[in-house]
Design a protein around this ligand. Sequence first.
Ligand code: SF4
Length: 457
Amino acid sequence: MAEAKKVDFTGQEDEEPPGTDGTINEAQEEHPSKAEEEPPGTMALRNRALFFGNIPDESWKDWKWHFRNRITTVEELSKFTTLSSKQQARLKLVCNRYPLSITPYYICLMNRHDPNDPIMKQAIPTFEEMSMAGMGVEDPLAEASYSPVPGLVHRYPDRVLLVLTSLCPMLCRHCTRKREWHHGGWVRTPAEVEVMLNYIRQNRAIRDVILSGGDPLTLSTHRLEEIISRLRDIPHVEIIRIGTRFPVVLPQRIDDELCAMLSKYEPIWLNTQFNHYHEITPESALACDRLLRCGVPVNNQSVLLRGINDSVETQTKLCHGLLKIKVRPYYLYQCDEVQGTEHLRTPVETGINIIEGMRGHTSGLAVPTFVIDLPQGGGKVPLQPNYIRSQTEGEFILRNYQGRILRYRNPLGSNHHGKGRCNGKRVTEPMAITGTPATYQSQPTGVTSEDRAVVRS
Ligand code: SF4
């Protein structure tokens, strides 16, 4: 019989013998050695049978049951993964500052025999949240200073974000609004929402409203409809967007009642956050399909996370999986400088290298835009590999995804013919040649297509 393996999700060494805490270990359970090769959802089915075998289908399909039965204490968590008493004590310390909440659905996606499991790393606290808490800031995007009324963030001219609640079905360890977790669960009162709506009514430049949180789908469908219908009554609001992780962490929320309501108020767009292909399951696929069928396009905004999805291979598998369920890979976010998330942040170069490894190697539809949301409310900046090797008068020298260097001639009448001017305005400065000098030879404009391959590498 195999000895129980101590799986440490807490960021701490632990020398206690396996099974000290009486939790389930490998010796008590059959599990496959190559979970990666299983069809999506197989792990979830096995875990459901193991941990929730007595829960009838009717309850399992009910999002409110999952919400009520979230795992919120270290004691409950220890039923699902091996945690020594020392580890439990440390996690309790972390949870005093950064609480724990995982839905039964989501915890069933984990492979608890894998210490690097991407589901566990997103959901289970680690001591590094405390030990590295000196890094980062509570509100890196300075949302508080861009809030003209409580809960409404107005950073860009034509759109606003409404923070309707601090509640989420799962508390993601990398959350940008982790600061709100200190303040307990709250939902904006009708009076507070009315203040936000008045602000939007009075600002005719606002054409796009994002419902956010926390997770706005924690509100009842009835309460959501009250807010959405009143937004729809504002003539200059063209688009309503919902930012939610429910399709990923509790897809049962996308039920008939919600879909019927949303379908009445189009155009509504929904942005969600799949971070790993293990999150794409039959249930999450069904949730996205339901949204699409009721007229709500679904985009994905994943967060780049150390040890979770920070490789070309993982991102490519994630984005291919998303396209298969008709979800558009939209953004790949650099993880914000949030206190308590430093251990999950990657160097900026990692994101750029991932895009480089995807662009051209797969369909452009599968390649998200890598962005940094700048500190102090600077807004999003897209970052990508530099494909411009140089810019001369009349042409660009470009590098393709294979590393080939090619010329691209600007059409006659472009700004270069006006010596860098277009409609009287200076638009660009010639760029320095950054490649190896030998790769670039000056050539007159008007070259034929055969001449354009400057070098192959
Ligand atoms: S769902 Fe979003 S708001 Fe909620 S904890 Fe996760 S990242 Fe934060």
